[in-house]
Design a protein around this ligand. Sequence first.
Ligand SMILES: NC(=O)c1ccc[n+]([C@@H]2O[C@H](COP(=O)([O-])OP(=O)(O)OC[C@H]3O[C@@H](n4cnc5c(N)ncnc54)[C@H](O)[C@@H]3O)[C@@H](O)[C@H]2O)c1
Length: 695
Amino acid sequence: MVVSLSRQGNVGIITVDHPPVNAISAAVRAGILEALAQAQADGALEALVLAASGRTFMAGADITEFAKGPAGPTFHEVCQALEAAPKPIVAALHGTAFGGGLELALCCTARVAVPSAQVGLPEVKLGILPGAGGTQRLPRLVGVAAALDIIVSGDPVAAPQAAKAGVVDALIEGDLLAGAVAYAQSLLAKGQPYRRVRDITIDPESIPADFFAAARARFAKERRNQFAPQKIVDAVEAAVVLDIDAGLERERALIAECFVHPQARALQHVFFAERQVAKIPNLAKETQSRPIAKVAIIGAGTMGGGIAMNFANAGIPVTLLEVSAEGLERGLGVVRKNYEASAAKGKLTAAQVEARMAHITPTLAYSDLADADLIIEAVFETLDVKRQVFQELDKVAKAGAILASNTSYLSIDTIAQYTTRPADVVGLHFFSPANVMRLLEIVRGEKTAPDVLATSLELARRIKKIGVVAGNCHGFIGNRMLEGYGREANLLVLEGASPAQVDKVLFDFGMPMGAFAMSDMAGLDIGYRSRKERQLTNLQARAGRVGDKLVEAGRLGLKSGAGFYDYAPGSRTPMPSDATAQIIAQVQAGEGISARKIDDQEILERCFFALVNEGLKILGEGMAYRASDIDIVYINGYGFPAYRGGPMHWAENAIGLKTLLERLQHYAAQTGAPWWTPAPLLERLVSEGRSLASI
Ligand SMILES: NC(=O)c1ccc[n+]([C@@H]2O[C@H](COP(=O)([O-])OP(=O)(O)OC[C@H]3O[C@@H](n4cnc5c(N)ncnc54)[C@H](O)[C@@H]3O)[C@@H](O)[C@H]2O)c1
């Protein structure tokens, strides 16, 4: 029985018991209706409590029904039945009352919650809107502005805040059910009429005339290119101008528009991709992960300090090793500054800052790493330094310790050879800033043991990252794909587009910033040095020519106040630069290129098709387990818009594999550049009429 009715005196308790998260499946909906009918018919019961057992109140709709289509009683029938019940109903919330869970609670007479509970309407994260009355009832309960913020953000609201806002009527310290029953008694004591959310009307006069226009404009900026947030504004506006039944109808029409929009499909793809990504194919069932209680990090630079913060935040003690006391002091200073910045924003208390700092123990001695379960190296990016470090680690690390490298490009197999235990060596590639970026590439060397991969994936979850397993190739998944994207952006500029034109196309597509603004931010000297160190063909080198000349002219990017763009003193806003335009013209003259007008479509195609073609090569070579893993890398490591589903989903659904193949062939024929050769996997998929998911 997924739903049961029990009694405490004159209060009936309807309990949903549908592990793990009490998803509101057809059986749950039918069960609630049945329990409600029984309770109504029972003359001894005067009030009701709607509760759920296990770790949470109903945490939302059953998302698997999205694909299958609904069966059994609809959400609306359950909402209507709860709302129409003559006996008052108190929803007793614990855990996460999200989505449909909160919408059902909004149909009850009152809501009580334990302080640790969270409420929220996360539908926007799936490209839709709350479709069971959330957009109509929440504004009636908490006001239009607060409701809009909750619904458009999709973020959880902690019970104490929810109580302040008016979503929750009372916080219950101690036993939730007892508190809910007592609250139901207090409603009975106050007597009729019981407040129903549907009966609240919003006075249109209380809302500024331009409120909804301003909201649309704000979300057009903050939620750039996104469909659902605009539809949410429409729905909330309906809560003001329409009566509840007409409003609910409007909500249904608007959610239907969202459902058929490609963004909903893309975001659902991302939702399922995130659940797939931690699965290692063919992993033996008996594989146990290794316990990680102590961590050590080598190098307290840009990455090492940020990586240490992740563990300190998760309450895992970290030992941080540097070559010099100054290096340690500098590194720890940056960590402290970061924590203090969070404290200044009210995200941490002063005591929490100290507690986290206390989790990080500085050292100069390798012998202090002997008890670490995991050691992550984040020293300079040269094989020679990595070799010294790993040879040292091999001597001091305990048996079974995982030895990880944060290298961006170097071979994990080569690094593993510096030890006598290559099975324990893995790449743990964090992204900068390492305490912020959610992606963790877990690089599988040829000899990396399966339990090391499983442990790494589990650890990623523990430190609130999303781990993606990548094969050991130059740049792994993310940076390997980025190379083609950056190369095309640069070649387009050589051929006649301006950096600002290229960046605008990339930004308008949904990237957080364009390729040149990004290069300026990272520092142009990084690419410069790496080009000097590598053997590049003439064709490859050409893409770096403008960057080389800029660096040689002292334009290193944001840090020197000038790069591809000019920057006013103290400003981070890129401004088109005449000096850069001159350098571009010089390089064009030197290369014998006459600038042409380049249209935006070509920019879009060349940057993203180069990126996707490399992704297909990576997939074909088995360097990623699934196309959807590549999507997760790009969304979480590079800011690729989630509402486009990631580059692979976008290529397949918005472009089509056949069209992609034709365009790659076109650019290959036009340029003769080897990198435009279509990935063999793409040719195979197109000729066999198969999809990316079929691999
Ligand atoms: N910066 C990024 O955006 C980024 C992103 C992902 C990965 N990485 C990789 O992370 C690694 C570190 O990069 P970073 O940007 O933090 O460099 P960094 O120069 O900021 O820091 C490196 C630190 O390592 C220390 N160090 C050098 N040799 C050492 C040794 N033998 N023992 C102990 N400490 C030593 C240095 O004193 C320095 O503090 C590199 O492999 C890099 O490719 C960097």
